[in-house]
Design a protein around this ligand. Structure first.
Ligand code: 1GP
Length: 254
């Protein structure tokens, strides 16, 4: 967590590259991990809604070996835990009302996380409606927050803060048709004091920049790199995110 806060303090906002293990072959992972770390990403997130391919432990170990930046697990379930990561986003799906994802899987995962010595980062995970049913929505059997309901998103993120969570993650879902709106990012960021992460369906550096300007502390991209690959694109995202200036709702810079 300290590293994330430091990255935000130094660069204004952080760029997180998501590697969904099911979208890459094991042999491709070292290249994407080193491309992310050498082209301006601040950390790598590892995880996905499912796990159909290799062992998760092997995947994390392979990525960690090739990366010079922190590798954080972004778990789709409690089988996505590995000692080779630097930390794990300890997610609770607070937009939904499915007790399994609010507290059930966390109870099963907590002892293992401690045994492995992984740092848990308590994160309020909020699915935001994004045009059609996403894997995260379907797999979690929970309803997302309607995309225009900024007030519900604000209240949910504030509850996360009051519950002691360290981050609020606004998630449109991987490959979402519609990303979380800058208006919602602004509404939530200006309402809570914990850092806001936004991801899902962000396909251009300009879209990322808009969300930082709206107040996001961290932007995540995954799908766009899977589809278009390329070191150049990672660099463009990193530059856009690091050079944008976050503003609060009074128009003041943070
Ligand atoms: C999904 O927020 C992440 O969990 C990233 O989404 O793959 O659409 O960039 P994309």
């Amino acid at each position: 967590m300290d590293y994330l806060l430091q990255a935000r303090a130094q660069r204004g906002a952080g760029y997180l590259v998501l590697i969904d293990p099911d979208k890459w072959e094991l042999k491709q992972l070292p290249d994407i991990a080193s491309a992310a770390s050498e082209n301006g990403a601040d950390a790598i997130l590892i995880g996905g809604s499912l796990l159909l391919t290799s062992s998760f432990d092997e995947i994390v170990k392979t990525i960690k070996k090739a990366a010079n930046i922190p590798c954080l697990i972004f778990p789709g379930s409690n089988i996505q835990i590995s000692r080779h990561a630097d930390a794990i986003l300890f997610l609770s799906l607070i937009s939904g009302r499915n007790p399994d994802y609010l507290i059930g899987v966390q109870v099963m995962a907590a002892p293992i996380i401690r045994l492995l010595g992984l740092e848990p980062i308590p994160t309020g995970y909020m699915l935001i409606e994004s045009g059609r049913v996403t894997s995260a929505e379907f797999m979690s059997n929970s309803r997302p927050i309607p995309r225009q309901k900024n007030d519900i998103a604000q209240a949910t993120a504030l509850a996360a803060e009051f519950l002691g969570m360290r981050l609020a993650y606004l998630e449109a879902g991987s490959g979402a048709d519609l990303a979380v709106t800058p208006e919602m990012v602004k509404a939530v960021s200006s309402y809570v004091s914990i850092p806001v992460i936004v991801g899902g369906g962000i396909r251009t550096p300009e879209e990322a920049e808009k969300r930082v300007k709206a107040g996001a502390s961290f932007v995540v991209t995954g799908n766009v790199l899977e589809k278009n690959g390329g070191v150049q694109l990672i660099r463009e995202f990193a530059e856009a995110i690091h050079s944008a200036v976050r503003q609060n709702d009074l128009g003041q810079n943070y």
